[in-house]
Design a binder for this molecule. Sequence first.
Ligand code: SAH
Ligand code: SF4
Ligand code: F3S
Length: 450
Amino acid sequence: MSEYYIKQIFELNKGKNKKAKINTFGCQMNAHDSEKLSDMILKMGYEITNDNDADLVLFNTCCVRENPEDKLFGNLGYFKNKKKNNPDLKIILCGCMMQQKHIIDKLRSSYNFVDVVFGTFNFHKLPELLYNNIMSNSQIIDIWDEAKEFEENFSLTRKFPFKASVNIIYGCNNFCSYCIVPYVRGRERSRNFNDIVDEVKYLVDDGVKEIMLLGQNVNSYGLDLKNGENFAKLLKEINKIDGLERIRFMTSHPKDLSDELIFTMRDCRKICHHLHLPVQSGSNRILKLMNRKYTREYYLKLVEKIKKNIPDIALTTDIIVGFPQETNEDFEDTLSLVKEVAFDNAFTFIYSKRERTKAAKMPEQIPSEIVKERFEKLLDVLNNIVGKKNERYLGSTQKILVEEYDNNKLTGRNENNILVHFNGKKNLLGNLVDVKIINCKPFYLVAERI
Ligand code: SAH
Ligand code: SF4
Ligand code: F3S
């Protein structure tokens, strides 16, 4: 159906040299949605630009932390002014923030210059909604509160020809008490097993060497299909695809990381030895309040099992500081867990209150000065650990997928997802090359070709 509207808009745009700017916030899920949106926008006859002087601007929004709302509404003011010079400028909003009623109310009442608004469940409708806006010259807002249709036939515009992301499961059922994602992305929906395998095969035929399997919790893959499929089986099948070199995935919830998955990572050559395993806190009391459904002891045991089976695994994590009721003692528990696991990297976040979540109603939200102090302390501890861990690569040989070239300098990642810089020629872009590590910095490595 989209094809019809894409063609109509293409005809309207033909010969007019139209440009579109796409602004993407949030996680890899949003980045991947934007690749699909870009593809539709290209097919509608726009050229993608980085310039604000565009004929179409799209904001794919995120609402997981802080209040990005002020920033978005500020940006809208800027583009409202641009409309004075270019009345045909189309302003389009989509993504997670649009699934919140108070945002839509505000857009309806005070931002009628915004042309098209849609959410996370119907972004495949972009061409139809934009067409309706052009024809009616009025604001079109279409937000669904659940996934009514399962759109499979997407093509996308990839940033890198040699690596690509593939959704395997949408939504989240976990309802961690601080998190807005289940409210804006809906319940877990796994894609059909063969559709995923076929998509990876297609991408490999198209030159892709590294694949990133995406989901808020990939470990739940298949549970809702009720046909015996699971994530480990999917990985084993993808591992068989000829021409594919590397498999990565994000994110794993510790509560349902199975032994089968650990053994699959150990046994399948193409699965990278990197695991992103968000712990959030090292205190049992806080983990319980967060509704994470595991304890500190469980997490540490799991890590031990993973390290035993895959000794060169790189472990990374997410940590939230300043969750309601977090005491100094709770925070110390987080620090000691961080030291015990010795993570290879961590994303650290200051707790941010999200309306509608359980945590927003919890007593004793922590004053910001205390949170900042803890946050700094955590960063200090982490930087130290991450720096020391990187030293283990000194003198070793690493296989790098070369991702970027600039002035005889190449940048890529090793299997453990660590950034590596070395000198070399542009023709190595997209290739896997062996290098020797000659210098270790806290957040990257320096190497030479061998
Ligand atoms: N599904 C993934 C992550 C989703 S959001 C998972 O569970 O691992 C990415 C990270 O953002 C989370 O791991 C958490 O650390 C952080 N986050 C989510 N909600 C937050 C909030 N309200 N305040 C601060 N950080 C938050
Ligand atoms: Fe949010 Fe928890 Fe779901 Fe991750 S698992 S998306 S943190 S509710
Ligand atoms: Fe943000 Fe939505 Fe991802 S809220 S983190 S873009 S799922």
